[in-house]
Design a protein around this ligand. Structure first.
Ligand code: PBG
Length: 323
């Protein structure tokens, strides 16, 4: 007996109860991380025009926001800082009273149980908008490592629970691990943006974080979108250097890469559904061109089905209400 009419795959789709029994993938609120943008100053709440519904907040306004996030059951946030002062070497990124360092303290006071992950990168802090130190028009890898390690350490000293380097320099996971271990932070995990592509989908984020490169682009350090084998090498390298969780970014246009990484490595895997993914759906939903709830939940499920354990999403709060 092998086939129609004895075999009918529709038998198990007849009711929600049946579908629920055989469902292979489920998104849980506990899988989600919500990104937050923080600015210096007081009483600042600026809507990001290309990401409707998302705001840049000053530290004094964070407590209400994080209490809401925690009450929705979302376990973690990832923090991005927009400093007032930028310079060639991104000094505000590792200043003990920098915008992120202050925000971490405010969040930990309001919601101690909410995990605070920090994005570790220099692009929001450098005057040229690149993710590292520029020497003769080229982002110098090794000079950047020391500054990234300093940044990660200062976040941790301000009581961040996890650090997430997103710069794509070679050797940064190792440099950060050494800096943390050398200062008594052996228990702070590193979430490495391991396979991060030079993607046009980051457009709205760069408006939000004021981090667009002032010359050139990021293609000499972020990955070339056509490559998946290289993604496995990036992940392999970050694991060898001490990453605890690895990430693929963006998510939706790179589901194949997520699947490959999942099949190749037994490490927790995160996927970052980036600003452009959010903006596309939001814009279409505002025109009533698609059903926002349906599309978002289908997209998050697809990212999990591809193999991600963790999803960073600007839709995390809405998804938590819908799930
Ligand atoms: C910082 C960083 C970026 C994103 C996360 N961390 C921007 C970039 O690499 O230009 C993008 C996130 C998004 O688009 O949502 N390097």
């Amino acid at each position: 007996m092998s086939g129609f009419p004895q075999l009918r795959l529709r038998r198990l789709r007849r009711s929600e109860a049946l579908r629920s029994l055989i469902r292979e993938t489920e998104v849980n609120v506990g899988d989600l991380i919500y990104p937050l943008f923080v600015v210096e100053g007081n009483k600042m709440k600026q809507e990001i025009s290309s990401m409707p519904g998302l705001y840049r907040l000053s530290s004094d306004l964070l407590s209400g926001e994080v209490e809401e996030i925690a009450s929705l059951g979302i376990p973690a946030i990832i923090l991005f800082g927009i400093p007032q002062k930028k310079d060639e070497v991104g000094s505000s990124a590792y200043h003990p009273k920098g915008v992120v360092q202050q925000a971490i303290r405010a969040i930990k006071k309001a919601t101690p149980e909410l995990l605070v992950i920090t994005d570790v990168c220099l692009c929001e802090y450098t005057s040229h908008g690149h993710c590292g130190v520029v020497v003769d028009g080229y982002v110098d890898n090794d000079k950047t490592l020391e500054l990234l390690a300093k940044t990660a350490l200062s976040h941790t000293e301000a009581s961040a629970d996890m650090v997430a380097p997103s710069d794509m320099m070679d050797g940064r996971v190792k440099a950060i691990r050494q800096a943390l271990d050398g200062n008594g932070f052996q228990n702070i995990p590193i979430l490495a943006y391991a396979a991060k592509y030079a993607s046009a989908f980051y457009g709205p984020f760069r408006e939000a974080a004021e981090s667009a490169p002032q010359f050139g682009d990021r293609r000499s350090y972020q990955m070339d979108p056509p490559n998946w084998r290289e993604a496995l090498r990036e992940v392999e390298q970050d694991i060898a250097e001490g990453a605890d969780i690895v990430m693929v970014k963006p998510a939706l246009p790179y589901l194949d890469v997520i699947r490959k990484v999942r099949d190749t490595f037994n490490y927790p895997l995160a996927a970052y559904s980036v600003s452009g993914e959010y903006a596309m759906i939001k814009a279409a939903a505002q025109q009533n061109w698609l059903d926002e709830r349906g599309v978002v939940l289908e997209m998050l499920t697809a990212i999990k089905r591809a193999g991600a354990d963790i999803i960073i999403s600007y839709y995390a709060k809405e998804a938590a209400r819908w799930l």
